[in-house]
Design a protein around this ligand. Sequence first.
Ligand SMILES: *[C@@H]1O[C@H](CO)[C@@H](O)[C@H](O)[C@H]1NC(C)=O
Ligand SMILES: *[C@@H]1O[C@H](CO)[C@@H](O)[C@H](O)[C@H]1NC(C)=O
Ligand SMILES: *[C@@H]1O[C@H](CO)[C@@H](O)[C@H](O)[C@H]1NC(C)=O
Length: 335
Amino acid sequence: MDGHALILTFVVLGSGFTFFAHSSYSPIHLPTRRYHYVDIPMNFTQARDYCREKFTDLATIRNLEDISMLNRPTMKKDLAWIGLSDDVKSWKTALVNDANSWRWSVTEQTSKTNYSNWYMGEPNFGGGKQVCVGINVYGGWTDYICSAAKKSVCFDTNANGKSYVFISTEKTWQEAQAYCREYHTDLALIENAEDNEAVRSLNAQSIAWIGLYRVPWTWSDKSSSNFTNWASGSPDNIDGDEHCVAEYLDSKWHDTPCQDENTLLCHEDGKLKSILRVKLQSDADLTDEAVSTKILQQMSTLLTKQGWTDFSLRWNIQPRKLKEVKAAGSDCGVK
Ligand SMILES: *[C@@H]1O[C@H](CO)[C@@H](O)[C@H](O)[C@H]1NC(C)=O
Ligand SMILES: *[C@@H]1O[C@H](CO)[C@@H](O)[C@H](O)[C@H]1NC(C)=O
Ligand SMILES: *[C@@H]1O[C@H](CO)[C@@H](O)[C@H](O)[C@H]1NC(C)=O
């Protein structure tokens, strides 16, 4: 509900304004967002810039209700960009601290020392699903699908720093993390070449999980929705070059090269105006500021209980209505 301009009109009638406190009142569901398709093929960055200029941003899609609001016209391309992308520069080359960057399980933060020891060609987000890291017998790191069963390395913290423990029972990355957190400090944290050698030396013949992972994909408007509507098999990161997302005719999502030219789906917030008319029994003098303030407070409480945030209410009695106030009612503008 952030930043929406809303106009509520209260029609006030009769006696006593206990309406707010006692009336059974159906929840207010105003549209909070509008979607716009744009039939101009362009690449992902151009699409994002276009949506930000004309509307709010490339579309964030938060739930099935959002999908039900989509009303796609016939367009030049079957794929339309949405606001989801995986920021390659935050995980592939430089060590930066971004939403999609590598993090250590124990801190849930990017490395403090910037040490890494990726095996050749890694990380590659293979198959669009590899976001958990294992170490090989040479000490090199590779990203794998987190649900793969592997041996693992936990660590303990002690007076001398870290000591590592090799776990030979194969587990998924999440199971290994839970195990290490229960019986040790966490999955292995590796901060320098010495740490890496200590872990490597425990691992003679296989791949073992370490504590490195990342969360792929971020919404262009930085919103934290984790709703997904991937097409079956997607994301698949074919050719290792599919880091932006577009929806197909059936609203399902496909990872796609960011440089492709697709049509776009933008969303628009903050310029919505809705009129809500409610009836309120009252014989109070609504031109009395104490009375009108009290009504606004009650209305505010009611809307807050319904999950509204970031709104403000104010009276806006129209001059032509003033005469009718005692007999019939008044308008209350909510903005
Ligand atoms: C790690 O890299 C970041 C970004 O390049 C840099 O700001 C920071 O100083 C580096 N930290 C260390 C300990 O080298
Ligand atoms: C999405 O996030 C919410 C709240 O952070 C969480 O409760 C829910 O389990 C998450 N859903 C998925 C599919 O990760
Ligand atoms: C999109 O096109 C513009 C202009 O040609 C270019 O500068 C930009 O790098 C392109 N973006 C992508 C993701 O290919």
